[in-house]
Design a protein around this ligand. Structure first.
Ligand SMILES: Nc1nc2c(c(=O)[nH]1)N[C@H]1C(S)=C(S)[C@@H](COP(=O)(O)OP(=O)(O)OC[C@H]3O[C@@H](n4cnc5c(=O)[nH]c(N)nc54)[C@H](O)[C@@H]3O)O[C@H]1N2
Ligand SMILES: Nc1nc2c(c(=O)[nH]1)N[C@H]1C(S)=C(S)[C@@H](COP(=O)(O)OP(=O)(O)OC[C@H]3O[C@@H](n4cnc5c(=O)[nH]c(N)nc54)[C@H](O)[C@@H]3O)O[C@H]1N2
Ligand code: SF4
Ligand SMILES: [Mo]
Length: 743
C-alpha cells in the first residue's frame, strides 16, 4: 500500500500543495496539525497543508475536506449499465468494455465516425487530457471532441493568443504579485474562489492599491475598503466599455508608455482611434461607474508601475460573455498601453480556474487542437504529431465543434449520437441546461466516466468508475503554467479503473492504430515528444526532475531551464511584438427590451403576474462548493454550511416585489425556471440578481443561461441573462435533496 504522499488539491487551479497521510499510518497522537475533516465514514486519509510558493501551507475548506470523498458511501466502484427499466445495475469490466465498443461500432455504422463524440474536462491530468485527444481522433476516429474549458478559459485564451501569440494564464510566478503596489482584479472573486491566493494581495491591499471591478461587492471587493482601494461596480456586461474608458484616460492624460508601445507593440494607432469617443462621462452613463473613479483608476494603475509594480488580472466575470474575447482584449490593450506585459515588476494575466485548466487546454482535448497547443489545421503540426503517433497524417481528423455547438448537435441529424463524458457534469454546468438534458436524452448511447452519480452520470447508459486524485499519479499545470506532480497515497477500490486503462482497453477492442499506455509516466514521455516545438513545449520536463522538486514553467524545451516569466524579451508573434487590436462594444440588450412578461412561454408560471420584475442575472461561485457541486454537495461539512442555492437580491428590488429574507422566489425566462430562497443584500446592484451554479434540478442556474456564444472563443453567456423574478407562495415546492443519501 502506498504511504504518505506530497501532492496537490483535487479542485482548483491554485493547486494548493498538500500532504496526504493514510490514516492507517498515523499513530493517534502524531497527526501533523489540525486537519478539520468531518467524514461520513472514518477517513482513510488525513489532509495536511504543505508549504509551497502559491499557497504557503494554506488550504480552503474544500481542500481540507477533500479526503471525505475517497470512501464516501456514494462512491461508484463497479461499472453500471442502465437497464430498460432505467435502473443502473453492476456489470463486469469485460461486459462494460464490450458494451461500450459495440455502441461505438453501431453508431459509426449508422452515422459515421463523427456520430461519436467526446466531452472532456479541465480537471483531467495532462496525461489523461492528452490521451483523450489521441483516443478520440485515432481510436474513435472522430473530430467531435471538446471540453468544459470552453466554458471557462476560452475567451481569455483567444485574447491571449491574439495579443501575445501564446496563452499561458499567468505569464509570471504568482509570488510576483507580493511586491506590487497596485493590482486590479476584473470579474474575479479570489477571496471565495482561491482563498489562499489572497495572501499575494496583501501588499497592494495594505497600501490602498487593490482595485476590484465587480457588479457585486464580493468578498474580494470588500478588501478594497481596508487601505483605501477602489471598488468599481459596473452594470454587468459593460466591462468592455469601462476598459475603453480607462484606455481613453491613459492616452488623454499621457499616462501611456510611448517607448514601450513603439518598441514592443503593433497596432497602436487603430486602438488609440477606437477609444477617442469613450471619455469618462460617456462611459459613466453606459456603465454606471462614476467618471471620477474611472480617472482615478487609470491614474493609480499608471502610478503603481514605479511604486513596486502594477498588475491587471481578469476572471470569469468579464470573460464569460458573448463578447468575452473582446473584453479580455480590452484589458490586454490597457495593459499594453501602460507597458505592463513583459516588465520585470508589472504584468497582465488571467486566473485559470480548474485544477488542470491550464494543461488541460494545451494537449489536444480542444476541438481544433493537437498536443503542445498546436493547431489541428496546421500541416506541419499534423505531420509532427502523426510522426509521434506512428500513423499516416491523413488518419487525424480535422477540427471538430466547440462545446456549445457539440452539445447542440446531440441527437441531431449530422450530430453526435454516442457520447463519452470525462470529468464534466454537463447536465448542470452547461448553458441552457434544459436543452442539454433534452439532447442527452436523445442520444443512442451515453458513457460517463466518474466516481460519483453526478446528474450527468445518472442519465448514462453506461457508467465507468474511475480513480480519485489521491489514488493516481500524473501531472497538472497550475495557473502559473507550472507543471506539478500528483501522487498516489492510496490503493484504489478494487472495481475502479484509471481512465488511461479504460482508453487502452477500448482502443484495443476497437482495433485502433498507435499505442495507448496505461502508465502515466510513459504517457508523459509521449506527451513530451508530441509537445516538442509547440507553443506549450514540455519536452524538457520529466517526472524525475519534478520529483526532485524543480520548478517547471513551460515553455520548457529540452536543454532549457523553463520560463518562469514570459515576454521579457519578446512576444510569441513572428515579429516579437504584442498586437493591439481595436475592439468596440456591441449593443447589449436591456432586460426590459428582451422578454415581455406576457410573451408566450416567457415565464413558465405566472408570467403576466404584476409582481414579476425583469432583472439581470449573473451567476458564479460560493466558497463552499465546487462547480456543478457533484463533489462538494457530497461533503457533509460543506453542504451543511451551504445547503441550497439562494438568490442574492438588493433590498430595494426585494421590497418592490414584496419579498423578505428567506422567501421563496421564482427566477424564470423563456428557457426555464429556478425556485429558491431570497437572500437580501446591499452588496449587489439593484437591477441585478446573483445565483450560484453549484446546485441541480429546480435550483440549477443554468436552466436560465443562454447558449449564445462569443464568435471568437465559443464561450457562452453565463454572466448576463435576463430573468423575471417573482415571489412564490408554496414553500413545499423546494426540497433540497440530501446528497449524502444518494446511493
Ligand atoms: N469555491 C470555488 N472556487 C472555485 C471554483 C468553484 O466552483 N468554487 N471553480 C474554479 C474555476 S473552474 C474557476 S473558472 C474559477 C472562477 O473564479 P472567479 O472568476 O473568481 O469566479 P466567479 O464567481 O464565476 O466570478 C467572479 C466574479 O465575477 C462577477 N461578475 C459577474 N458578472 C460580471 C460582469 O459582467 N462584470 C464583472 N466585472 N464581474 C462580473 C461575479 O459577481 C463574481 O463575484 O474559480 C475556481 N475556484
Ligand atoms: N452558470 C454558470 N455555469 C458555469 C459557470 C459559471 O460561472 N456560471 N462556470 C463554468 C466553468 S468556468 C466551468 S470550469 C464549468 C465546470 O463545470 P463541470 O464541467 O460540471 O465541472 P465539475 O463540477 O468539476 O465536474 C466534474 C465531474 O467530473 C468528476 N471528476 C472529477 N475528476 C475526474 C477525473 O479525473 N476523471 C473523471 N472521469 N471524472 C472526474 C466529478 O465527480 C464531477 O462529476 O462550469 C461552467 N458553468
Ligand atoms: S484554493 Fe483551490 S487548490 Fe487551494 S485548497 Fe481551495 S480548492 Fe484546493
Ligand atoms: Mo472554470
Amino acid at each position: 500500500m502506498p504511504g504518505s504522499a506530497d501532492t496537490h488539491c483535487p479542485y482548483c487551479a491554485l493547486q494548493c500543495a498538500m500532504t496526504l497521510i493514510p490514516t492507517a499510518d498515523l499513530a493517534p497522537a502524531s497527526a501533523p496539525g489540525p486537519a478539520p475533516v468531518s467524514p461520513t465514514a472514518a477517513p482513510l486519509l488525513t489532509v495536511a497543508g504543505r508549504d509551497f510558493p502559491t499557497n504557503r501551507g494554506g488550504l480552503c475548506r474544500k481542500g481540507w475536506t477533500s479526503a471525505t470523498l475517497i470512501n464516501h458511501p456514494g462512491r461508484i466502484t463497479e461499472p453500471l449499465l442502465k437497464g430498460p427499466d432505467g435502473v443502473h445495475r453492476p456489470i463486469s469490466w469485460e461486459q462494460a468494455l464490450a458494451t461500450a465498443a459495440a455502441a461505438v461500432r453501431s453508431t459509426r455504422a449508422r452515422h459515421g465516425a463523427d456520430g461519436v463524440g467526446v466531452f472532456g474536462g479541465g480537471g483531467l491530468t495532462n496525461e489523461k487530457a492528452y490521451m483523450l485527444g489521441k483516443f478520440a481522433r485515432l481510436a474513435l476516429g472522430t473530430s467531435r471532441i471538446d471540453y468544459n474549458g470552453r466554458f471557462c478559459m476560452s475567451s481569455a485564451a483567444a485574447a491571449g493568443m491574439r495579443a501575445f501569440g501564446v496563452d499561458r494564464g499567468l505569464p509570471f510566478p504568482l509570488e510576483a504579485l507580493d511586491a506590487a503596489s497596485t493590482i486590479m482584479l476584473l470579474g474575479s472573486n479570489v477571496a471565495e474562489t482561491m482563498p489562499p491566493f489572497v495572501k499575494h494581495l496583501k501588499g497592494a491591499r495594505d497600501t490602498g492599491g487593490l482595485i476590484v471591478v465587480d457588479p457585486r461587492r464580493s468578498a474580494t471587493a470588500d478588501f478594497t475598503s481596508d487601505g483605501g482601494g477602489l471598488h468599481l461596480q459596473p452594470l454587468p456586461g459593460t466591462d468592455l466599455t469601462l476598459l475603453l474608458g480607462l484606455s481613453h484616460v491613459v492616452i488623454a492624460e499621457n499616462l501611456a508608455d510611448a517607448a514601450y508601445i513603439a518598441d514592443r507593440t503593433s497596432g497602436y494607432a487603430a486602438v488609440a482611434r477606437s477609444v477617442t469617443t469613450f471619455w469618462p462621462e460617456r462611459v459613466q452613463s453606459l456603465t454606471g461607474v462614476p467618471a471620477h473613479l474611472i480617472r482615478e483608476t487609470a491614474r493609480r494603475l499608471a502610478a503603481g508601475i514605479t511604486r513596486g509594480g502594477t498588475y491587471i488580472l481578469t476572471g470569469r466575470g468579464v470573460e464569460q460573455h458573448v463578447d468575452g474575447t473582446d473584453t479580455a482584449t480590452a484589458a490586454i490593450n490597457l495593459s499594453l498601453l501602460l507597458g505592463l506585459p513583459g516588465s520585470a515588476t508589472s504584468g497582465y494575466g488571467t486566473l485559470t480556474g480548474q485544477g488542470n485548466g491550464q494543461g488541460g487546454r494545451e494537449h489536444g482535448q480542444k476541438a481544433d487542437q493537437l498536443p503542445g497547443y498546436r493547431k489541428i489545421t496546421d500541416p506541419a503540426a499534423r505531420a509532427h504529431v502523426a510522426g509521434v503517433w506512428g500513423v499516416p497524417e491523413s488518419l487525424i481528423p480535422g477540427p471538430g465543434l466547440p462545446a456549445v455547438q457539440l452539445l447542440k448537435s446531440l441527437g441531431q441529424p449530422g450530430g453526435v449520437h454516442c457520447l463519452f463524458v470525462h470529468a464534466s457534469n454537463i447536465a448542470v454546468a452547461s448553458p441552457d441546461a434544459n436543452a442539454v438534458i433534452a439532447g442527452l436524452k436523445s442520444l443512442d448511447f451515453l458513457v460517463v466516466c466518474d466516481f460519483f452519480m453526478s446528474e450527468t452520470a445518472a442519465m448514462a447508459n453506461l457508467i465507468l468508475p474511475v480513480l480519485q486524485w489521491a489514488e493516481e499519479e500524473g501531472t497538472l499545470t497550475n495557473l502559473e503554467g507550472r507543471v506539478l506532480r500528483r501522487r498516489r497515497a492510496l490503493t484504489p477500490p478494487a472495481g475502479a479503473r484509471s481512465e488511461l486503462w479504460i482508453m487502452a482497453r477500448l482502443a484495443e477492442a476497437l482495433d485502433a492504430p498507435s499505442t495507448y499506455s496505461e502508465d502515466p509516466e510513459t504517457v508523459f514521455e509521449e506527451l513530451r515528444l508530441a509537445s516538442a516545438g509547440g507553443l506549450a513545449d514540455y519536452s524538457g520536463i520529466s517526472y524525475a526532475m519534478l520529483d526532485r522538486g524543480e520548478a517547471a514553467y513551460w515553455p520548457y524545451p529540452a536543454g532549457s531551464t523553463g520560463t518562469p516569466r514570459l515576454f521579457t524579451e519578446r512576444f510569441a508573434h513572428a515579429d516579437g511584438k504584442a498586437v493591439l487590436t481595436p475592439v468596440t462594444p456591441r449593443r447589449r440588450r436591456t432586460p426590459e427590451a428582451t422578454v415581455a412578461p406576457d410573451a408566450p412561454g416567457a415565464v413558465r408560471t405566472g408570467a403576466a403576474s404584476p409582481t414579476a420584475k425583469a432583472m439581470t442575472l449573473i451567476t458564479g461561485r460560493l466558497l463552499e462548493h465546487y462547480q456543478s457541486g457533484a463533489q462538494t454537495r457530497r461533503v457533509a461539512e460543506l453542504l451543511a454550511t451551504k445547503p441550497e442555492a439562494m438568490l442574492q437580491i438588493h433590498p430595494a428590488a426585494a421590497a418592490a416585489l414584496n419579498l423578505t429574507e428567506g422567501d421563496l422566489v421564482s427566477v424564470a425566462n423563456e428557457r426555464g425556471e429556478v425556485v429558491c430562497r431570497a437572500e437580501l443584500s446591499t452588496a449587489i446592484r439593484p437591477e441585478t440578481v446573483f445565483l450560484p451554479f453549484h446546485f441541480a434540478e429546480l435550483q440549477s442556474a443554468n436552466r436560465l443561461t443562454e447558449a449564445a456564444t462569443d464568435p471568437l472563443s465559443g464561450m457562452p453567456e453565463f454572466k448576463f441573462n435576463t430573468v423575471w423574478v417573482r415571489p412564490v407562495a408554496a414553500p413545499q415546492t423546494v426540497t433540497v435533496p440530501d446528497m449524502l443519501e444518494i446511493p
